[in-house]
Design a protein around this ligand. Structure first.
Ligand code: HEC
Ligand SMILES: [Cu+2]
Length: 397
């Protein structure tokens, strides 16, 4: 009876489904295509285990619905009365056990493979900061900071539609991590402040950056391309604004890139053409200086702070102050985050400058309300921070 009544709607539903099959075929419901051996393993595991789950789903629910239907009251079914059945209990213990082991085996193998960063072709130290990434190439000597490059007017969107968003909105940076294809790249991941997560799904890399620890991870990208990821730990208010972009190039192009970057690396690199640009772009253009100023312990940092401390002339100090600003202070002071006085905003700076330089130095070093001590970058020397204050003051006159 009921079945007969259901027949017409079922036929309509089936024909609708068939009609939409071509449309369904164009649906790409999948995780991102993998581009490294470990990502490939994770991808295969994802689908392999998914199929196992689907089969179990149909077996379990099929048996359940079939029993309910077969033993319904209207055909006079009577419940069987029995307790314990050793055979069936053994079966339903052994079968899931075998299924679980069959899934755990390849999963564990993949995890072990992901952890084995030995025999790498190159190493890059990755330091997370609130809210940017610092890349230090251990062998090739290149070192810089990677910042979000999405223009602020696409993000701040309080009134009206706001600026049109780029295709890679919030997944774009001024300086991507450049690596050669086909090489085993070891990442030494740590953090300068809170726990961050270095996560690039298509390369099969996911490792927390933990202050005080250096963790390793690796990948070997199969072909040139741009692979995007994000910080995967809720690491503060700009957590969503510290994407990771990996630019995989052919080994030749990579060697060319290293040569170019190395030429730019010395801290003496002339900042002259950068000076006329807006601060956010300047941050992109002056990575070497920013990196030098931002990184404790590096030879470049020693040079930068030595320069800041040792030179009494306003000019030299303004130059170094600018790199410190571009490396750290720009995050808030170029856009006015949390009420930070904007670089070059005379009206905002006038009352502060009136307090006297010593007060400004003190506040920059020790913090003031939403302004964190040293702009949140404890790696900066006192002199570097003071130089940045001098620079900010000089821009507000
Ligand atoms: C996380 C955001 C942030 C960063 C990064 C940051 N600042 Fe600030 N800064 C602020 C805010 C917010 C204020 C306003 C504080 C107030 O007046 O309550 C401020 C104020 C200041 C002032 C004025 C202090 C005063 O006494 O009026 C100086 C000087 C300053 N910052 C220097 C720096 C320097 C130098 C850096 C980089 C080393 C830096 N800031 C990085 C947020 C930041
Ligand atoms: Cu983070």
């Amino acid at each position: 009876m009921l079945l007969k009544r259901l027949r017409a709607p079922a036929a309509i539903a089936a024909s609708l489904l068939l009609a939409s099959l071509p449309a369904l075929a164009s649906w790409d419901v999948d995780i991102l295509p993998p581009h490294s051996p470990t990502a490939q393993d994770a991808y295969s595991l994802h689908w392999g285990i998914m199929y196992v789950c689907i089969v179990i789903f149909f077996v379990v629910f099929g048996a359940m619905f079939w029993s309910i239907f077969k033993h319904r009251r209207s055909v006079g079914a009577k419940a069987a009365q029995f307790h314990e059945n050793t055979t069936i209990e053994i079966i339903w213990t052994i079968v899931p056990l075998v299924v679980l082991i069959a899934m755990a085996w390849p999963a564990t193998r993949t995890m072990i493979e992901m952890k084995d960063a030995s025999n790498a072709d190159m190493s890059i130290k990755v330091t997370a900061y609130q809210w940017r990434w610092d890349y230090d190439y251990q062998q090739d000597g290149v070192h810089y900071i990677s910042n979000l490059s999405t223009p602020r007017d696409q993000i701040d969107n309080y009134h009206g539609a706001g600026a049109k968003k780029d295709e890679s909105y919030l997944l774009e940076v001024d300086r991507p991590l450049v690596v050669p294809a086909g090489k085993k790249v070891r990442l030494l991941i740590t953090s300068n402040d809170v726990i961050h997560g270095f996560y690039v799904p298509q390369l099969g890399v996911h490792q927390y950056g933990i202050p005080g620890f250096v963790k390793d991870a690796w990948f070997s990208a199969d072909k040139p391309g741009i692979y995007r990821g994000q910080c995967s730990q809720i690491c503060g208010k700009e957590h969503a604004f510290m994407p990771i972009v990996v630019d995989v190039r052919s080994p030749d192009d990579y060697a060319k890139w290293v040569k170019e970057e190395k030429a730019k690396m010395p801290p003496a690199a002339a900042p002259a053409p950068v000076a006329q640009q807006a601060p956010t772009q300047a941050a992109a253009e002056a990575p070497a200086q920013a990196a030098a100023a931002n990184q404790a312990g590096g030879a470049a940092a020693a040079q930068a702070s030595a320069a800041a401390a040792g030179t009494g002339t306003g000019k030299a100090s303004a130059t170094d102050g600018k790199s410190v600003f571009d490396g750290t202070c720009t995050a808030c002071h170029s856009t006015g985050v949390a009420g930070a006085p904007k670089l070059g905003d005379k009206a905002a700076w006038a009352p502060r400058i009136a307090k006297g330089k010593d007060t400004l130095y003190h506040d920059a070093l020790h913090g003031l309300n939403a302004m964190p001590p040293k702009g949140g970058n404890a790696a900066l020397s006192d002199d570097a921070v003071k130089a940045a204050v001098d620079y900010m003051v000089s821009q507000a006159k």
